[in-house]
Design a protein. Structure first.
Length: 308
């Protein structure tokens, strides 16, 4: 199948795209999502992206999982991608994101899911899995921990606060993403173009490409709960198998924090990728393999654990 050769060919398109309505104190908002694979999968895999990203980041991973017979749901969080924006920026916060993801899962009509969360998506996953009565059965946390200090957040907040208002060409946009997402590590040209084309939209009036996220999401960095953020209570309550992914040069998930995560919840295993920082983008075959083995097998046997 296309897309399984390290990025030299384009991944296939989602089988379906749909919208569900989320509700905040500001009113209703659209939640767009890509829907891959068989509708009769009783335990779909929900993949949730990072702070400024969107669901199509998971196309390559989704294709691999679909080939194994799984259904994969990749939403755009509110204020990102094809989803609607929230009227009051104060509501771009974890309680709202959890409520929105619960509404999406309810739309699917299933009683259990597996979860892949990158950065912010991992924080949401920790809370969803840590709640009493959770329907999360396996959890992949991509380069984030229950405690988030200000170091990495300052880097991300800096580029959010200084985003160009317009790109005249797609090539100009790609150069921007190659710069701000440099911690992703070495990616194929096709991967960079994929990340770019799904991260911008054409503005007919201004005759250029604009970023597909609400600049107001940066306001979340000024909320007291985000600096620092402490979710250890949820982490310690999780009772399902977990795979924690870490980039060796990560500025959001340190080696010591990953070790503490293992210590405080024995359900967690840690796998380190040596060639990237925050975050492993889960686009190259070797990264996809690690996630697929965990999600598609009942045990971690055969998965080479590395935490050094």
């Amino acid at each position: 199948m296309d897309g399984l050769d390290g990025g030299r060919s384009k991944p296939r398109q989602p089988d379906r795209e749909a919208v569900v309505l989320g509700l905040s104190p500001s009113g209703f908002h659209r939640l767009a999502y890509a829907d891959w694979g068989p509708l009769d999968d009783k335990r779909p895999i929900v993949c949730v992206h990072g702070l400024t990203r969107q669901g199509r980041d998971f196309d390559h991973l989704a294709e691999r999982l679909v080939a194994a017979g799984r259904r994969v749901i990749c939403p755009d969080l509110p204020g990102r991608g094809r989803s609607g924006w929230i009227g009051n920026p104060d509501h771009y916060a974890l309680p709202q994101y959890c409520a929105d993801m619960n509404a999406l899962i309810a739309r699917l009509g299933v009683t259990e899911v597996d979860w892949v969360g990158t950065s912010l998506g991992g924080l949401i996953g920790m809370i969803m899995a840590g709640f009493s009565g959770s329907i999360v059965r396996k959890l992949v946390i991509n380069d984030i921990g229950p405690f988030v200090s200000s170091t990495g957040l300052q880097r991300i907040g800096k580029y959010i606060g200084n985003t160009p208002p317009l790109f005249k060409t797609i090539e100009e946009a790609e150069m921007y993403f190659r710069t701000v997402l440099a911690p992703y590590g070495k990616l194929d040209d096709a991967h960079w173009r994929h990340l770019t084309t799904h991260s911008v939209g054409w503005d007919d009036i201004r005759q250029g490409h604009t970023l597909l996220y609400d600049p107001a999401i940066a306001k979340g960095f000024r909320l007291p709960w985000f600096q620092p953020l402490n979710l250890w209570t949820y982490w310690e309550a999780i009772k399902v198998p977990m795979l924690v992914l870490r980039g060796k040069q990560s500025d959001l998930l340190s080696f010591d924090l990953a070790a503490e995560m293992r210590k405080r919840n024995p359900k967690a295993n840690v796998f380190q990728f040596d060639d990237c920082g925050h975050v492993p983008p889960l686009m190259a075959a070797e990264q996809i393999d690690v996630v697929a083995q965990f999600l598609l097998k009942d045990t971690m046997s055969g998965l080479g654990e590395r935490d050094g």
